[in-house]
Ligand binder design. Structure first.
Ligand code: NAP
Length: 290
């Protein structure tokens, strides 16, 4: 009985705190904000740019293919962006990553949201045969360039008390076969950005870091690479982008999409790792992987 007397008020108190604390999302929060989205010529990054555009943000998109970025800029303006521009850059070169931030500063005068989304340097699902070049290129494009962009933009983000939105993957939480170099880069991202979030908190710097942990999403590239090699059903890139932007604007530490199917696996991960490995293994058609 004594335990109940403590437990019940504690649970009620925690629930009240949770609901009091949970803000509702308002697109008005985003109007006029300055946003840079990397890897935004296609896929989830392109959709994230459109989400911010609908809410009237000032947007800079970046990727390698400038002719595709021009079209994304045009569509951002049609959807309602306050302004839109692009910077062409290859993230396998860290000096280019630095220049993207300089050009963004010239275009926007500052930065409120840095969305780190690009992915490259890996060639889809394949068996690891000891090729170090693939590992190096994945770590450079999918990890080091994220850190370089953050480090170059940090001053602007601290000034605006802004946000970094980092696009990660289930492969950054659970070691994933046939994409080992990609998985390693995503684990590194999770380590770096959760450490940085904690450091910012201790230094009393108001900079939000949202990590998006994604499952299989129906981007053109992912469907092309994965559809005949996995048994999973992909989720929608449009809804995925919406959830990422909402979580980022509300300064949540994490966005998991699709939620329940990933969350259950994450909860099982520490207690039943062998079961999780078994479930992960069941999602691959190993015979189709080169
Ligand atoms: N789709 C999924 O199933 C899935 C699952 C989990 C996590 N994610 C994560 O979600 C994010 C977006 O994935 P996505 O499926 O939308 O990818 P995507 O469709 O392949 O798009 C990748 C983007 O990155 C750009 N890019 C590639 N290499 C680059 C380089 N060297 N320098 C600069 N930009 C480069 C591409 O544009 P250019 O070719 O024009 O450079 C493109 O805009 C990634 O971080 C990925 O890890 C995706």
């Amino acid at each position: 009985m004594a335990v109940l007397k403590i437990l019940v008020p504690l649970i009620v108190g925690l629930c009240a705190y949770y609901f009091y604390k949970s803000e509702t999302f308002s697109p008005e929060k985003v109007r006029g904000k300055r946003v840079l989205v990397t890897g935004s010529s296609t896929g989830i990054g392109e959709q994230i740019a459109y989400e911010f555009a609908r809410m009237g943000a000032n947007i800079v998109v970046t990727a390698r293919r400038e002719n595709v970025l021009e079209k994304v800029v045009q569509k951002c303006l049609e959807l309602g962006a306050s302004s839109a521009g692009y910077v062409g850059a290859d993230m396998s070169n860290l000096t280019s990553a630095q220049k993207v931030i300089e050009e963004t500063k010239n275009k926007l005068g500052g930065l409120d949201y840095l969305v780190l989304n690009h992915v490259g340097g890996v060639s889809g699902l394949e068996k690891f045969r000891g090729n170090m070049e693939i590992v190096k290129s994945s770590i450079t494009v999918n990890f080091l360039s994220y850190v370089q962009l953050t480090s170059s933009a940090l001053h602007m983000l601290q000034e605006s008390e802004g946000s970094i939105i980092v696009i990660s993957s289930m492969a950054g939480r659970i070691g994933s076969p046939f994409i080992t170099a990609y998985s390693a880069a995503k684990f590194a991202l999770e380590g770096f950005f959760s450490g940085l979030r904690n450091e910012m908190r201790l230094r009393k710097i108001n900079l939000a870091i949202t990590v998006a942990v994604l499952g299989y999403i129906d981007t053109e590239h992912a469907l092309q690479e994965v559809s005949n090699k996995m048994t999973l059903e992909p989720s929608s890139k449009e809804e995925c982008a919406q959830k990422i932007v909402q979580g980022g604007v509300l300064r949540h530490r994490e966005v998991i999409y699709p939620y329940w199917s990933q969350k259950i696996v994450l909860l099982l991960r520490d207690w039943m790792p062998d079961l999780v490995d078994y479930l992960v293994g069941k999602s691959y058609k190993v015979e189709n992987i080169p």
